[in-house]
Design a protein around this ligand. Structure first.
Ligand code: CTP
Ligand code: MG
Length: 260
């Protein structure tokens, strides 16, 4: 789960060579990449799924959506810390704490906010100081394959400040004005956007600091775009779809059955 330990520094009495080597490894540690954190916004009500418990706590194959999502994240070799923004009511918080206690890895909980953007900002404020790469991953994308997570981290480590997984749009998309079509959008230039979205911590923090909480964005890359900074795409995956409606839950059950 954690990064490789560097020289532990214990051992025999210091010599000149050992002192040089200690200085070199201290310099390497200073420049070594920090850790990777994933923020999981899970505080939504799931209104489009219909009445019931918060969406992240609804079950899929006998386990809450949140557990599916976090299991994948802690299994990702590149991920060190997972911070979940839980439903802020006492029952929601307690339930998320209970669920995460049963999972391996470094997982933490914060109370989420009224909008997704606010939930992400609250988790961002609670990140450990040594995390320099931050992913944001919707609990509702419960079946996202681990390869997508690794590809996003690799692209950030490769130098991108902001990275989003995308898939081609298969439907023809039209803009409408009431019930009249106003335009057909060129589908070849469109992509549907998924999570996890990945950022250097600097870029994500700047984007959130500059955002207007009264005009919340539906994704974090949108806040980066608003700053005029580049956002790179990597291939997403059909199974990273967001569980939004009751039909999506049926689809997710089918995906899970095929995996098992
Ligand atoms: N989310 C959050 N805090 C909020 C609202 C949403 O952390 N105040 C999270 C959701 O839990 C979800 C992700 O953001 O994992 C994507 O949001 P969405 O799919 O819209 O989930 P809900 O807001 O729960 O669903 P709905 O909009 O149907 O109520
Ligand atoms: Mg929502």
């Amino acid at each position: 789960m954690s990064t490789d330990p560097t020289e532990a520094g214990s051992g025999p009495a210091p010599t000149a060579a050992a002192a040089t080597s200690a200085a070199t490894s201290a310099a390497a540690a200073a420049e070594a990449p920090g850790r990777v954190a994933v923020i999981v916004p899970a505080a939504g009500k799931g209104e489009r799924l219909g009445p019931g418990t918060p969406k992240a706590l609804r079950e899929l194959g006998g386990l809450p959506l949140l557990v599916h999502a976090v299991r994948t994240l802690v299994a990702a070799r590149s991920v060190d810390v997972v911070v979940v923004a839980a439903p802020p009511n006492p029952q929601g918080l307690a339930e998320v704490q209970r669920l995460l206690a049963d999972l391996p890895g470094d997982t933490r909980v914060v109370a989420g906010g009224r909008t997704r953007q606010e939930s992400v900002a609250l988790a961002l404020a609670a990140l450990p100081a040594d995390c320099d790469v931050v992913l944001v991953h919707d609990a509702a994308r419960a079946l996202t394959p681990v390869d997508v997570v690794e590809a996003v981290v690799a692209a950030v480590r490769g130098g991108a400040g902001a990275v989003i997984p995308v898939v081609p749009v298969t439907d023809t998309v039209k803009a409408v004005d009431g019930d009249l079509v106003s335009a057909t959008v060129d589908r070849s230039t469109l992509r549907a956007v998924q999570t996890p979205q990945g950022f250097t911590r600097d870029v994500l923090a700047k984007a959130h600091a500059a955002s207007d909480p009264s005009l919340p964005a539906t994704d974090d890359a949108g806040l980066v775009e608003a700053l005029g900074l580049p956002v790179r795409t990597v291939p997403g995956h059909a199974e990273a779809f967001k569980i939004t409606t009751p039909f999506d839950l049926v689809l997710a059950e089918a995906v899970l059955r095929r995996r098992r």
